[in-house]
Ligand binder design. Structure first.
Ligand code: NAD
Length: 292
């Protein structure tokens, strides 16, 4: 059994990005510049945005953090987005989700110019991804694909079960795993799937992205399977200074000896998400997906 080390791979990729940035700057080109928009004071969102800003510093990007009040109106947020769309200094930007309840996230994401949508959530990028055209790939699925590639995990002809059908993880994951060249046969499971345990037991690769701690148990895993755990749930834990710990969707302790590869939580998929956003921003700064 191999524990997939997301910290190790993400650090390697950060070094690679840093080298690319140094090269760009030495050639007289501008540093890539990522902006993040944070609306409100959600604790987890603040942490995620903080990681993104810190990663920008680590790889030599410029970053801009736009913080807006919890009560910001949809109109104000949209006008901020238009400002970022038109600001040539910014190569790409993200609007941190979730947004406060009074703001329609789907409407907001449509306002982001596709060429700056480094989260890959805009329908143009999502559609291009489905058609195998150059596109920004959503960061978490992109990070998982990188782990699979760097660990040389066999995907061709394998049966992959994805649990969860969200637009940011499960659904794009199912599309990427079935692409020509990756060639897995994919079953996409969700909360209405009736025979989920049985589907999992047939899987060569399980990608769990549902947000339910310890959901994937030993009896659901075929010996030798590859387990990718995307789940991040804060679970109360009085032994921790913060009062909580982070739990994945897989019962790691009991599953690990059964499988061939497994991602831990934390330290598996999580660090890959941020680094994938950096890769998309690097591509944006070099106009590799869209010409400006
Ligand atoms: P979501 O809530 O949008 O979607 C959850 C999906 O799981 C839904 O499609 C739902 O149908 C499915 N589901 C729920 N209960 C189920 C059940 N009992 N059986 C089968 N399917 C079920 O969540 P999301 O945004 O896709 O995130 C999923 C998890 O991944 C969360 O824990 C989230 O925090 C985590 N996440 C991690 C990263 C990372 O960087 N590692 C990034 C994004 C999300």
């Amino acid at each position: 059994m191999t524990i997939i080390d997301g910290n190790l791979i993400s650090n390697q990729i950060k070094e690679e990005i840093k080298e690319s940035v140094t090269k760009l700057v030495n050639e007289g080109k501008k540093r890539p510049h990522l902006a993040a928009v944070l609306v409100g004071m959600d604790g987890a969102s603040q942490t995620y945005v903080g990681h993104k800003v810190k990663s920008c510093e680590q790889v030599g990007f410029e970053s801009t953090l736009v913080t807006l009040d919890e009560n910001t109106t949809e109109e104000t947020l949209i006008s901020k987005i238009h400002e970022l769309n038109n600001n040539d200094a910014i190569d790409g930007f993200i609007v941190q989700l979730p947004l406060p309840k009074h703001i329609d996230a789907d409407k907001i994401l449509l306002e982001i110019k596709a060429s700056k949508d480094v989260d890959g959530f805009h329908p143009i990028n999502f559609g291009r991804m489905c058609l195998n055209l150059p596109a920004y790939i959503p960061a978490t699925p992109m990070g998982i694909m990188t782990l699979i590639e760097r660990y040389k995990i066999e995907t061709k002809g394998k049966h992959c079960v994805v649990i969860g059908r969200s637009n940011i993880v499960g659904r794009p994951m199912s599309i990427l795993m079935s692409r020509a060249g990756i060639d897995s046969t994919v079953t996409l499971c969700h909360s209405r799937t009736s025979n989920l345990q049985e589907e999992c037991r047939r899987a060569d690769i399980i990608i769990a992205a549902l947000g339910k701690p310890n959901f994937v148990t030993k009896d659901m895993v075929k010996p030798g399977a590859v387990i990718i755990d995307v789940g991040i749930t804060r679970v109360e834990d009085s032994s921790k200074k913060s009062g909580y710990r982070i739990a994945g969707d897989v019962d790691f302790e009991n599953v690990k000896d059964l499988c061939s590869y497994i991602t831990p939580v934390p330290g598996g998929v999580g660090p890959m998400t941020v680094v994938s956003l950096m890769l998309n921003t690097l591509q944006a700064s070099q106009n590799l997906i869209y010409t400006k």
